[in-house]
Design a protein. Structure first.
Ligand code: IMP
Ligand code: MG
Length: 188
């Protein structure tokens, strides 16, 4: 357990576990479609995972190009939800193998949109790598091709993921479990 910003954070996956898993994922990715490979990190939550996984891809013998896309979902409750591009990639994806990297696959709406967008633009093949899969929350039939860890239905932070812009800097994935108790002053 760590205390950050006055909150107690329990570790779900530590830095060493994540590093080992990234190496395994990179080996799996290297065995898949990698023609003129373009890695696209879905910002913001994936930035640390994408950085580490991309370096693991190099160690696994790949030489991908790297791009970034910022997507956001809109709508809530009974209003049908959609996804829009906030900041697009610059590269042409035509005829290329694309690896979309995201932090968490939850409903699947964000990555379904991104995958369809890349196929519409003429990508040869689109695969998906996510650090965490929240399978119970799925609202689409999307599956990731490469999954770091199955994630229990908790709101997680760290390793790029935030709650209200906080905790992205943590080197591990954790769950906020409550407020840290006030330190009791020693009696004199
Ligand atoms: P969806 O699959 O379209 O529902 O989108 C999942 C996105 O929601 C992820 O890429 C995250 O950005 C965000 N998200 C979902 N669950 C969490 C969480 O537990 N912590 C932080 N972000 C989350
Ligand atoms: Mg995200």
């Amino acid at each position: 357990m760590q205390i950050v910003r006055g909150k107690k954070i329990e570790t779900l996956y530590d830095a060493a576990q994540i590093a080992r898993r990234n190496e395994e994922l990179a080996a799996q990715i290297a065995a898949g479609p990698t023609k003129d490979l373009l890695v696209i990190a879905v910002l913001k939550g994936s930035f640390i995972f994408a950085a580490d996984l991309t370096r693991a891809l190099h160690a696994a013998g790949l030489a991908p190009e790297v791009e970034f896309i910022t997507l956001s979902s809109y709508g809530s409750g009974t209003v049908s939800q959609g996804v829009k591009v906030i900041k697009d990639i610059d590269s042409d994806v035509h005829g290329r193998d694309i690896l979309l990297i995201d932090d968490i696959l939850e409903s699947g709406r964000t990555l379904t949109y991104a995958k369809e967008l890349m196929y519409e633009r003429g990508a040869r093949n689109v695969t998906i790598a996510v650090l965490l899969d929240k399978r119970e929350k799925r609202k689409t039939d999307l599956e990731a091709d490469y999954v770091g860890f199955e994630c229990p239905d908790h709101f997680v932070v760290g390793y790029g993921m935030d709650v209200a812009y906080a905790f992205r800097e943590l080197p591990f994935v954790g769950v906020v479990t409550g407020d840290a108790e006030e330190a009791v002053p020693a009696k004199v």
